[in-house]
Design a binder for this molecule. Structure first.
Ligand code: FRU
Length: 493
């Protein structure tokens, strides 16, 4: 084991245990110590789920990327394992970027990841050279392949950039061969997802592009995932540098999905529709896993690249994953529901039916807290109300709001008053479907985050908040008259 990896392992086990459990999310994965971004190598292996992640143990800001590692039996309770990969080889000395995992026939787990090495170009500019690399392991320790890198710029098709060639997603083809989907920038056209193939998992060659941006959704694409679900072939990816499009896409980096079909004859992918993967502030680079009982479950990084490096250095950890979300396709939309095992953590049920709220803000007995599962059904009484809002993580000073304006069909999450001292994005709006003001919401709070599932998961809005945990009131407000059903549980990890 390299000294660099040994150092990371010693550092995380020494300092990770300093962080009190109450300082972290209760059931969302956060880094053992330091910084976390993308989920990597999300897999079921050796009888448990493995989540690796982009990791900089020494600081709560992004830095030379390692792979952190955690395992779980239910995707909600996680146990840290020692750091899996460190930037310790000439081809990855400046970072082990994102990638994925697959089990080999001999029982080993294989990781494919992007190695980054800096090179200074003729103008004195430092550029990242990105190549694809392998590591083999037993679920705890991973050894990098002596034949690395297995894919370099020499394997790229015409026009492919060697500076933006990353985030391989490994798949097994029906004939037993291996596929890797890798994001690549195509000069002038933005990102595309390239397919590479291998018989033995060691020797790889280029096949064809699966999908190309042609400057429609942002510029470079990152972090692909691809799976078949409910009769569709679904491509998940994340775009850098997006322009806003209505309330569907927003400025900055955003994750999206394509629904389409791969032809049986030549594999060509025909796309039918695209949508945002999440309509909130914090969600990026999701990966999925197929559970042993056949569910497709997605987890994303619950952060935003434009705001994630603004906190002080002195916080011990930064970055967390989203809830695991069960996926399905309904009416041409990729729906997301909180993993059903979350319901096993429900305690203290509180039910309020037929609550009438009219031009006022109210609180409901027993409804408060920061680890909460709150199901809401809202409907008008008489003429359609103008606005309905839930305020949470609230005290005299702070609150975060989810509000709905039925006349505009707009649902908004707003954390302006959550305690943030930075001039960053604090709100996001989404167009949602409703029948004359009838709307169904499920709000999951876990100390430093809120995830709002709309209409049984047709859309989700996710946002992190840094509000002091003493702010735990929840209130309901209506401009006009609303009939509310609210069922609240405390979530106990
Ligand atoms: C996406 C990303 C990936 C890259 C990683 C680096 O969030 O930019 O494309 O592999 O983060 O940490």
């Amino acid at each position: 084991m390299s000294q660099i990896l040994q150092n990371a392992r010693a550092y995380e086990s020494l300092h990770g245990s300093d962080i009190a459990p109450e300082q972290r999310p209760a059931f969302h994965l956060s880094p053992w110590i330091g910084w976390m971004n993308d989920p990597n190598g999300f897999s079921w292996y050796g009888g448990q789920y493995h989540m690796f992640f982009q990791y900089h143990p020494y600081d709560s800001h992004w830095g030379p990327m390692h792979w952190g590692h955690a395992v779980s039996r239910d995707l909600l309770h996680w146990e840290y394992l020692p750091c899996a990969l460190a930037p310790d080889m000439p081809y990855d000395k400046d970072g082990c970027f994102s990638g994925s995992a697959i089990e080999l026939p001999d029982g080993r787990q294989m990781l494919m990841y992007t190695g980054v090495r800096h090179e200074t170009d003729a103008n004195g500019q430092v550029r990242e050279i990105q190549t694809q690399n392998l590591a083999f392991g037993d679920g705890v320790n991973y050894e990098k392949y002596a034949g690395n890198p297995v894919l370099t710029e020499a394997d790229l098709p015409e026009g492919g950039s060697r500076y933006d060639f990353r985030d391989p997603k490994l798949l097994q083809a029906p004939d037993g061969s291996y596929l890797a989907l890798i994001a690549n920038d195509q000069q002038g056209e933005g990102g595309r997802i390239l397919v590479f193939r291998s018989e033995d998992a060691l020797h790889w060659s280029y096949v064809a592009p699966l999908a190309s941006n042609r400057n429609r959704l942002g510029l470079m694409w990152e972090c692909p995932d691809f799976f078949r679900l409910d009769g569709y072939d679904v491509l998940l990816a994340s775009a850098q540098d997006m322009l806003p499009k209505d309330f569907e896409y927003h400025n900055g980096n955003g994750s999206f999905y394509l629904l389409g079909h791969c032809s049986d004859t030549d594999g060509a992918y025909t796309v039918e529709s695209d949508h945002a993967a999440d309509y909130g502030i914090d969600f990026y680079a999701p990966q999925t896993v197929l559970t042993p009982d056949g569910r497709r479950v997605m987890i994303g990084w619950m952060q935003n690249w434009d705001t994630c490096n603004l906190h002080t250095r002195w916080v011990p950890w930064f970055g967390q994953m989203s809830l695991p979300r069960e996926l399905s396709v309904r009416d041409g939309v990729l729906c997301q529901q909180p993993l059903r095992e979350l319901e096993l953590m429900r305690t203290d049920e509180v039910r309020h039916e037929d609550v009438l709220i009219r031009d006022e803000e109210i609180r409901l007995p027993g409804v408060s807290g920061r680890t909460v599962d709150l199901e809401l059904e809202i409907e008008p009484v008489g003429p359609v109300y103008s606005r309905f809002a839930i305020r949470f993580a609230k005290n005299g000073l702070y609150q975060t709001t989810v509000s709905f304006r039925p006349h505009e069909s707009v649902l908004k999450i707003d954390r302006k008053f959550s305690g943030s001292r930075r001039a960053i994005i604090h709100q996001r709006r989404a167009k949602v479907r409703h029948e004359g003001g009838r709307l169904k919401l499920r709000l999951i709070l876990d100390r430093y985050s809120a995830e709002v599932f709309v209409n049984d998961g047709e859309q989700v809005l996710s946002a992190t908040v840094s509000t002091d945990l003493s702010a735990k009131d929840i209130s309901f407000y209506a401009d006009g008259e609303v009939r509310l059903k609210a069922v609240k549980y405390t979530l106990q990890a």
